[in-house]
Structure formats: structure tokens, C-alpha cells
Ligand binder design. Structure first.
Ligand code: GLN
Length: 497
């Protein structure tokens, strides 16, 4: 099997531009690896072999002709199955969208197509991006390439497993409360949630619109920067899109060797109690390491972060209950008629939603409808919005004292299937460190920072809004402390004879 699958997108881009490899060769290598190993990992819900190879062929011909191509042209990518792709199934890992073929492309997908990256397929996730393990996918779990008995994180476990398992060098995820970063942490990959508005959400099937953000899933910080530069930038189709140029992220990555003059703040509330000892020791080691690269390390306190998780689980379901109202059995996907009695539109909606949504989605719709109801609005939704403001103020104050904030990404390493799926609170606590960034709209990334008992630990870097460039710089310094991807057992997987 081709060794090309182990290379980074930056390396592949060089090889393609130098004419040393073709995109068809590279895309075939990815597809072959998926064919050999995705039966056990189940990172993908849909694979578009023909479409990917057709794009690859087109890139190779364009290069032959000497056309001006995007640096990432010809480098394969996978897309989380909550971003719409024209002519390619998009399910959100839900039965309610099974068989639906979108009539248009998300803006990020359109940019990828214009830059001619072969789209390999759509990746598995928790249904409608609700979860931290992919155990809520209606189509079966994805497995962690580090240990197939363990979760790859969620909701974007499929994208993370595809990248960690060397099936694709690049993938896209979406992060509402941690769904790019926590899978990154537990699979030893890089996961970035850009500043809210830095990447268009047009065509991302909404979970909680004020929190959702699309971002890169890669094996290196540089690859993530290259991908964010490609997908980022203003989009008139998304009214929350920032109308400003994409910062020079890849250049900033190159400055990561030296952190002189950078103040790094350890968030007191996001370390300590509730975090595994192995996670904390890998975190501390990395802190020492970036300090030796010149960073000034301080401790900051964000007292309201204690309430962030509770506020998230009121605001997010409120938005979920409203966003998911469109799945009514009339417009998209599954339509179920009531078993008996009259076939009225209301009864078709009830039957379709009853059959189409899984338990976790139903739980959140019910919770969201409740917190928005007239009698409870102020007590729940109103209070949660106040907490959201307090969390934003904590960030403002902390960023007076530090250029970036750091913490472990996730309190634990990858856990086993079944360990938390029936304990709702235990599952929700996975995102204790990632949620504050979504509430404030600030950028945050997870970078691998060593292993604990053979499993990857994620290190989170959070920057002020629009500070994505400095986040990438510090992320690069973190990355320089370890070589986690090189140690993934998926490197040594052998094809069964
Ligand atoms: N795990 C969190 C949740 O279940 C985050 C989800 C996400 O970011 N999409 O809500």
C-alpha cells in the first residue's frame, strides 16, 4: 500500500506541484486505504470514488497544461455529513435525512470544489452533531484508530478517525460545543474552531446557530492553517460572516518555533479537579516546553466558566428545538404516515419525527421547547444568556493578562464504548473545557500533546476573537513538543490477506 497516505497535506501539495506524484495516484491511495480499513473504523457514511477520481484527473490535466492551481489542488478531503453537498447524500447521521440528496453546496464545499480538492466522501458523526462519542449516530459508531474498542470523540468522530487513521490528510468538522476539538484530542489530531464568523456556515445544517462553526481537522497545525485559509473569508450568504480578509495563518505557523513576547494564560478553572492525572501531567509537560520556547506563562481565573456547561445546555437545546422544526416529513427525507387514524399534516409530522429522530435528539428538542416556553423563559433561557455575557467578560479580562489561554482540551483520554452513553451528565462533561469558547465566539484549537497510557492527550489554545493567527502560532509550538501522529498504531495496520 502506498506510503503517500502518511504524508501531510503540505508535503503532498509540494509533491503535486513538483510533478513528483499525480492526484490520481494520491486519491487512489486514500481510496484503497479506506477500502482496506474502513470496515473496522467506519469513519465514512458515504464514499464518492468516481467523483473524487474525476476531480483528481481534472487537476492532473490542468497541471499538465500549466494552469494556475490552488496549492491544495489535488489533495483529498473528507467532509462531515452535516454540510450539504450537491448530488451527494447528506444525512447528519440521522434516519430522518436518509436518502436525501441536497440540491446545493455549502459555501465551504463550493470553495473546496473551486480549488479542486477531490472530495472523498462524507464522515460519520453523532446524530445532528449531538454527542461526544459518535454513539448517537443512527448508522453505527466510528472507532478510534488508536484503539478500536474506544470512541473517536464526537460529534465529529468520523472526520477525526479518517484523519487519524491516515485515510485522508484533510477533513472538515463543525464545532458547537467541542465537536472538532474533543475528537481531535482523543484521536491525536489537530482540530480547530475558528473565530465565530470566520468561516461561512451557509449550508451547514444548523444545530445551534449562535454557537456552530466549521473548521479544519488535520494531522498538523500547518495543514489546518492551509485549510482554514481556503475555506475562510467573507460570504454574503451568511449574515454572521465576518467581512474582512482571512489572516495569514500559515505564515503565523512558521513563527511557532519562538514564542518570545507571547503571554500564555493557564485557565485555573479548566485544570485540576475532574481531569485525569495523565491528562494533567501531559499538559504540564507541554506548558514547560512552550515556556522554554520563550512564552511567558501566567495563571488566569475565569470564575464564571463554572456555569458555562449549564448555560450551554439551555441555550443550545433552545436553538436546536427551533432549528430542527424544519424536519417535518414534508420537505426532506423520511415521511411516515400514522399507523391508524386520519392522515393530517400534523399527524404525519409527529409520526415522521417520532420515527426519524433518535433519543438524544428528542431529548434536546423537548428540553429546548421547555426552556423557551412562556412560563420558564426568564428562569432558564434568560438566565443562561446572562451567564453567556459573564463568560464573555471573563474572556475579556483574561485576555488583558494573556495573549492566548490554554487548558487540556478534554478531561479524559478516549473512553470505551458504552462507558458513558447511558449517563447523560458524564457524556456532557466531556466538553467542560471546550464550551466557553463557543459561548464567546472566540477561536480555539486542540493540538496533540503527548500520550497518557498509550492514548493521545489534547492541548487547547484559545485566542481572542479574530486572533486566529496567534492561536496557530502557539499551536505550532505545542506541536513541536511531540510527534503523536507518528505513534498511532494505524500506521502499522496490515491488509488482511
Ligand atoms: N458534545 C457537545 C454536545 O453534545 C458538542 C456538540 C458539538 O459541538 N456539535 O452538544
Amino acid at each position: 500500500m502506498s506510503d503517500l497516505v502518511f504524508k501531510t497535506a503540505a508535503e503532498l501539495s509540494q509533491l503535486l506541484q513538483a510533478g513528483e506524484i499525480t492526484s490520481v495516484e494520491l486519491t487512489t491511495a486514500c481510496l484503497d486505504r479506506i477500502q482496506a480499513f474502513d470496515e473496522k473504523v467506519h469513519a465514512f457514511l458515504h464514499i464518492d470514488r468516481e467523483g473524487a477520481l474525476a476531480t483528481a484527473q481534472e487537476v492532473d490535466e490542468a497541471r499538465q497544461r500549466g494552469d494556475d492551481l490552488h496549492p491544495l489542488a489535488g489533495v483529498p478531503i473528507a467532509i462531515k455529513d452535516n454540510m450539504v453537498t450537491r448530488g451527494m447524500p447528506t444525512t447528519c447521521a440521522s434516519k430522518i435525512l436518509a436518502g436525501w440528496i441536497p440540491p446545493y453546496d455549502a459555501t465551504v464545499v463550493r470553495r473546496i470544489i473551486q480549488a479542486k480538492l477531490p472530495i472523498i466522501g462524507k464522515t460519520n458523526m453523532d446524530e445532528f452533531a449531538m454527542g461526544s462519542s459518535t454513539e448517537h449516530s443512527a448508522f453505527g459508531v466510528s472507532r478510534n484508530p488508536w484503539d478500536l474498542e474506544r470512541i473517536p470523540g464526537g460529534s465529529g468522530g468520523g472526520s477525526a478517525a479518517a484523519v487519524a487513521g491516515f485515510m485522508v490528510p484533510l477533513a472538515l468538522g463543525s464545532d458547537t460545543g467541542g465537536s472538532i476539538r474533543q475528537p481531535g484530542a482523543v484521536t491525536g489530531t489537530v482540530g480547530v474552531k475558528p473565530t465565530y464568523g470566520a468561516v461561512s456556515r451557509y449550508g451547514l445544517i444548523a444545530m445551534a446557530s449562535s454557537l456552530d462553526q466549521i473548521g479544519p481537522v488535520t494531522r498538523t497545525v500547518e495543514d489546518a492553517a492551509l485549510l482554514q485559509e481556503l475555506i475562510g473569508g467573507h460570504d454574503p450568504l451568511d449574515s454572521t460572516s465576518l467581512n474582512e480578509p482571512v489572516p495569514a495563518l500559515a505564515n503565523s505557523v512558521r513563527e511557532g518555533e519562538d514564542l518570545t513576547g507571547i503571554r500564555v494564560g493557564i485557565v485555573k478553572e479548566l485544570t485540576g479537579e475532574g481531569y485525569e492525572a495523565g491528562v494533567l501531567s501531559a499538559f504540564q509537560k507541554t506548558v514547560d516546553n512552550i515556556q522554554s520556547r520563550g512564552a511567558e506563562v501566567v495563571e488566569v481565573s475565569c470564575p464564571n466558566f463554572e456555569y458555562a456547561l449549564a448555560a450551554y445546555y439551555l441555550i443550545m437545546p433552545a436553538e436546536v428545538s427551533s432549528n430542527l422544526a424544519r424536519f417535518d416529513g414534508m420537505r426532506y427525507g423520511l415521511r411516515v404516515e400514522p399507523e391508524e387514524g386520519p392522515v393530517t399534516s400534523e399527524r404525519v409530522m409527529a409520526a415522521s419525527r417520532g420515527a426519524g429522530f433518535g433519543d438524544e435528539v428528542k431529548r434536546r428538542i423537548i428540553l429546548g421547547t421547555h426552556v423557551l416556553s412562556a412560563g420558564y423563559f426568564d428562569a432558564y433561557y434568560g438566565s443562561a444568556q446572562k451567564v453567556r455575557t459573564l463568560v464573555q467578560r471573563d474572556f475579556d479580562e483574561a485576555f488583558q493578562q494573556a495573549d492566548v489561554l490554554i487548558s487540556p482540551t478534554s478531561p479524559t483520554t478516549a473512553f470505551k464504548f458504552g462507558e458513558k452513553v447511558d449517563d447523560v451528565m458524564a457524556m456532557y462533561l466531556n466538553d467542560i473545557a471546550t464550551i466557553p469558547a463557543n459561548l464567546a465566539g472566540v477561536p480555539a484549537m486542540s493540538v496533540p500533546a503527548g500520550l497518557s497510557e498509550g492514548l493521545p492527550v489534547g492541548f487547547q489554545v484559545i485566542a481572542p476573537a479574530r486572533g486566529d493567527a496567534v492561536m496557530y502560532r502557539v499551536g505550532r509550538a505545542v506541536e513541536l513538543t511531540t510527534d503523536v501522529a507518528d505513534q498511532c498504531p494505524a500506521r502499522d495496520w496490515k491488509e488482511e490477506a
